[in-house]
Design a protein around this ligand. Structure first.
Ligand code: FAD
Length: 466
């Protein structure tokens, strides 16, 4: 007699759920259904094609260093579509001036002294304060979490943090670095300090020297995307999966243990039973699905932030980009409403037809997101007003896309990893066979989400054997 095939429910069709579904399908020994509340897959990954432009409404790329995203692209046949960013100069805006980000800065930490000594981004006293890093003792106790901002302030001083590190890092997390957790966002900096004490010396020692390039060879890119937009990855995964395994417009509403199985109540009114369940929705939805379990309440302590971005297309003649670069991030001291601007047509050449310019600005900060609720026209006005303080733009964009991301950016605040560990331990004890993965837990970047999807497949496979 053949054993009955086990059934897995995957809740949420963002990149975490999709990568879990894809690798579970490749394993081939379990049946699964992926439930997605909306009528499309991809979650935050959304690409628009318009008048020859490729516009990302959510993420526009992923870090090349973390390999799971390019591997997934290759696994679904898109390897030849991967494209790297144009490695132009990026700037930081401080007091109405665009300063080049000093060469050798890794997340704002100097690894080459020359550019830091020369830059006008910091005062002489700011630089002298940063140099104290060479002699200061370690900042915290072993395995103790602290805020990312506090850690950098102690090591390098407030000026380096405010003029460079804060704008760079809050661009990634849309967060307040004085609340974000060092251990959950950049554990490598904690490790470097533990090992070398000085962050500058440690980063210098641990950063591989750039490989010698053959003359004329292209420098490897830091970021990758797909020629036809990141949503092409979503489509390729969808096409690789059996259609009957995907149920769109079907939200999971509650989950309860039922003997050795789990019963999922769906928005369609149906109830279905599964041997294991992977929840990849944002954490507040996960909490709601399991609201009878008090240990899930701790997920309320993961705050989220709200931002919006605006992609604006222009004719080349209308925009006089005096600076030759790929964009800038804005320091809080700058008194601007936009928090960043990418010169997308330069950074991602494939996105924009010849003779056109594509600019993407961000608005909204933690604790200050009212602007996100303004009308599209108001957000465009604010963006143009801010940009015109720096670059000369004539008239309004030919077209634009405003995308609001409400409560979409989970914040890994101090102690995050301990909260997640507690939830996962309780899940394993009280609801064995239910797993959590996705951007709310162990990394927000696309490769981190894919890694979590892959890891969940391993855990489900082990659980089914047990
Ligand atoms: P999501 O994409 O949120 O997917 C969750 C899915 O669950 C959604 O499809 C949702 O509809 C579904 N769902 C919700 N409730 C239910 C329910 N009850 N039942 C069924 N389905 C449900 N990362 C990068 O690496 N590079 C970048 O450049 C980058 N830029 C970003 C820019 C923005 C504006 C944002 C918002 C994020 C960015 N990120 C970036 C982060 C990255 O995009 C996300 O962390 C990642 O896409 C999240 O994937 P996920 O699958 O975990 O969650």
């Amino acid at each position: 007699m053949t054993a009955e095939r086990k059934k897995v429910a995957i809740i949420g069709g963002g990149i975490t759920g999709l990568s879990a579904a894809f690798y579970l399908y490749k394993e081939g020994n379990m049946d699964f259904t992926l439930f997605e509340a909306t009528d499309h897959l991809g979650g935050k990954i959304q690409t628009v094609k318009h008048e020859g432009f490729t516009i990302e409404r959510g993420p526009d790329s992923f870090v090349a260093r973390k390999k799971s995203a390019s591997k997934l692209a290759a696994d679904v046949g898109l390897e030849s579509e991967l494209v790297g960013n144009y490695k132009g100069q990026a700037f930081v805006l401080n007091n109405d001036t665009l300063y080049p980000i000093p060469g050798g800065a890794i997340m704002g930490i100097p690894t080459e002294l020359g550019p830091f000594i020369e830059t006008e981004l910091f005062s002489a006293s700011g630089k002298a304060r940063a140099a104290l890093d060479f002699i200061l003792p370690r900042t915290g106790r072993e395995n103790e979490d602290q805020s990312l901002g506090g850690f950098f302030r102690k090591r390098l001083g407030d000026e380096i943090v405010e003029n460079l590190i804060e704008p760079l890092l809050s661009g990634i997390y849309a967060g307040d670095i004085d609340r974000l957790s060092l251990m959950s966002t950049f554990p490598q900096f904690y490790e470097v300090e533990r090992k070398y004490r000085s962050l500058i010396l440690g980063m210098k020692k641990t950063t591989p020297a750039p490989k010698k390039q053959e003359e004329g060879a292209k420098k490897p890119s830091n970021f990758l995307t797909l020629k036809n937009g990141l949503e092409s990855l979503v489509k390729a995964i969808e096409n690789a999966l059996p259609p009957e395994s995907i149920r769109k417009k079907t939200a999971a509403e509650s989950l309860r243990k039922y003997d050795k199985k789990y019963e999922l109540r769906l928005s369609s009114g149906e109830k279905e039973r599964f041997d294991a369940v992977l929840i990849t929705t944002p954490h507040m939805t996960a909490r709601k699905l399991l609201e009878d379990y008090s240990f899930m309440g701790i997920l309320r302590d993961i705050p989220t932030t709200t931002v919006a971005n605006v992609a604006m297309a222009f004719d080349e003649e209308k925009v006089n980009l005096t600076k030759d670069g790929t964009g800038f991030v804005v320091s809080r001291n700058a008194n601007y409403t936009i928090t960043a601007c990418t010169f997308t047509h330069r950074k991602w050449l494939h996105t924009t037809p010849n003779g056109k310019v594509l600019l993407r600005t961000y608005v909204g900060r933690p604790g200050n997101s009212e602007i996100v609720e303004a009308t599209d026209e108001e957000i465009i006005d604010v963006s143009l007003h801010d940009l015109n303080r720096l670059i000369d733009i004539k008239g309004r964009p030919d077209f634009y896309f405003v995308t609001r991301w409400r409560e979409a950016m989970p914040q890994y605040t101090v102690g995050h990893q301990f909260r997640i560990q507690a939830v996962k331990e309780n899940l394993a004890k009280q609801l064995p066979g239910v797993f959590l993965a996705g951007s709310s837990y162990e990394g927000v970047g696309i490769p981190d989400c894919i890694d979590q999807g892959i890891d969940a497949v391993k855990k489900i496979t082990e659980y089914m054997k047990g």
